[in-house]
Ligand binder design. Structure first.
Ligand code: PLP
Length: 283
C-alpha cells in the first residue's frame, strides 16, 4: 500500500495530517477513486474531469499541486511504486491547512492519495452477487459533487449491512436515486433503465461506460425515473461503480430478483465491461 500527502510518498501508517487540515475537520474537500487494470488507470481522464467539476462546484480554486498534469503524474508514480496490477487509487483534494474557521482560507489545497490492492477481482459473476435494501436518501441536494461528506451514505450502508444486505438503494421523493456508493440499473423486458443525471446522483464513470456498452451491444436503454416498485418488479437489477464494476443484485428487501441468479443481460454487460476494462489497459 502506498500513501501520499502534499508532495511526499509515505506509509499509510504515518501520522501526517495536521490537526487543522480542513478535510479532517470539515470534510471540506472532494475525491475520486480510480481502478487500475494491468497497472493502467481505467477512464483516468473521465475521473480527472469529474474531480475538476467537483472542485469547481465547491469553489476550490486550482493551484499548482491540483493541476491535471500534476495529478496525473502523482497517480502514475503511485501506481508504479505500488507495483500493483489491480489497484484502487484514492485521491483527495481539500481546502488545505489553516486555523479552524468556516470561511475559505487563502492557502494551497492539500492533495492526498492511497494506492491499494483492489478487493473485487473475481472473474466469475456468480461470485459477485449482492443483495440490497431500500432506504430513504437522507443526503443533501448536491449529490452530483463527489464530496468527502459521506455520513448519510455510511449510515445507510451500515443499516443495510446490519440487516443482512450488501448495499442500500436510496429513495428520494418516491424515486430511486442511487446506491450508497454505486449507481443502479434495472432490466425490464430486455430494456435497461437507470435514473437520469441530476443533482441528486453522482454521474458515475462506470454508469456512463455501461450506457455506451449497452448502445454498442444494441441493448435498448432509457434514462428515466425508477420507483422502488419498479426495482422489486424488475427482471434484473445491478449496481455499478469503479470498485464494484458490474454487481448483480439478486434480492431487494424480501423480494428475490431473477430467481436469485445473475440475469442474462447483466451477465452480458458484466462480461463486456471486464473485456473493455482489461483490453483498454493492454495498450
Ligand atoms: N454513486 C455514489 C454515491 C458513489 O459514491 C459512487 C462511487 O463510489 C458511484 C455512484 C459510482 O461512481 P463511479 O462509477 O464513477 O465509481
Amino acid at each position: 500500500t502506498i500513501g501520499y500527502f502534499n508532495g511526499e510518498f509515505i506509509s499509510t501508517d504515518d501520522s501526517v495530517i495536521p490537526i487543522d487540515e480542513r478535510g479532517h475537520q470539515f470534510g471540506d474537500g472532494v475525491y475520486e477513486v480510480i481502478r487500475t487494470y494491468n497497472g493502467i488507470p481505467f477512464k483516468l481522464e473521465e475521473h480527472l474531469d469529474r474531480l475538476e467539476m467537483s472542485m469547481k462546484a465547491i469553489q476550490l480554486p486550482q493551484s499548482a499541486n491540483t493541476e491535471r498534469e500534476h495529478l496525473r503524474f502523482i497517480i502514475y508514480q503511485g501506481i508504479e511504486k505500488s507495483q500493483l496490477q489491480n489497484a484502487d487509487v484514492y485521491i483527495q483534494i481539500t481546502r488545505g491547512i489553516a486555523t479552524r474557521q468556516h470561511l475559505f482560507p487563502n492557502v494551497p489545497a492539500s492533495v492526498s492519495m492511497t494506492v491499494r490492492s483492489s478487493k473485487f477481482s473475481a472473474n466469475n459473476i456468480h461470485d459477485r452477487v449482492m443483495t440490497a435494501m431500500l432506504h430513504e436518501d437522507e443526503r443533501w441536494k448536491n449529490c452530483y459533487i463527489k464530496s468527502l461528506n459521506l455520513l448519510p451514505n455510511i449510515l445507510a450502508k451500515q443499516t443495510a449491512t446490519d440487516a443482512g444486505f450488501g448495499e442500500a438503494i436510496l429513495i428520494r421523493d418516491h424515486y430511486i436515486s442511487e446506491g450508497t456508493s454505486s449507481n443502479v440499473f434495472i432490466v425490464k423486458e430486455e430494456t435497461l433503465y437507470t435514473p437520469p443525471l441530476s443533482h441528486h446522483i453522482l454521474a458515475g464513470v462506470t454508469r456512463k461506460t455501461i450506457l455506451d456498452l449497452a448502445s454498442s451491444l444494441s441493448i435498448p436503454c432509457e434514462e428515466t425515473e425508477i420507483t422502488p416498485e419498479d426495482v422489486k418488479n424488475a427482471d434484473e437489477v445491478f449496481i455499478t461503480s469503479t470498485t464494484l464494476e458490474v454487481t448483480p443484485i439478486i434480492k431487494v428487501d424480501d423480494q428475490m430478483i431473477s430467481h436469485g441468479q445473475p440475469g442474462k443481460i447483466t451477465t452480458k454487460i458484466f462480461n463486456s465491461f471486464l473485456n473493455e476494462a482489461k483490453c483498454t489497459s493492454t495498450f
